[in-house]
Design a protein around this ligand. Sequence first.
Ligand SMILES: [Zn+2]
Length: 234
Amino acid sequence: MIERILIATGLTLCAGLAPAETVFTGETVQGARVISQLDVADLAAGEMHRFMFRGAETAAGQYWYVPVIVAKGAKPGKRILFAAGVHGDELNPIAAVQATFASLDPKQMSGTAIALIGPSRDGVENTTRTWSINQLGGEQVNPNRTWPGREHGNTVERHSWLITHKLIRGNVDIGIDHHTGGTGIETEFVVKGLNKLNELIFEKINRIDGVLRTETSLFLNYVKRQYDWGTAVE
Ligand SMILES: [Zn+2]
């Protein structure tokens, strides 16, 4: 499993633009006050603040809520975003960010740390990399390919737009978007022919204790994938 941390490759920070104000909807979800817009300048310094950010509307006309923690330091300073769970099957980053915030004491801090916990609500719910939507007969959307989102796009695009414009915009100087290996193990075997393939799958792999099922696919042509499209820190 490959562990990697990408530094804000996808999230748009829009640091120079000031948000209007923190907007409370009047609701609470599991004891946390619901916000539809954040301005960290409004919040009391030297304290930890917990919210539910109201994201996109669900198909039933309700909302997806994203847990947000703001550790606002007693003294002013840089504002850092810790995002985890943009891919819903990447669980370790969520635990890492929660542990980081459990270790913070805003009274001793300069600057502000903001945690965005599992913004891909459908992905977290189903432990999947993608978010399932019903438009156009159903589609699996990779949330990390939707930044900065579209106001009137599909559910995932709108959710990303709301996070970009109502939560991140004007509140963040630098962001760390945490990723890791997801569910599933990819293992490569090389066999000499179909008989050997059958033997491998049915006589060996299927008999391993704990294997519930196997899938096979046939590559007619294999082109090595390139990973030079922008994950490097510049
Ligand atoms: Zn990821």
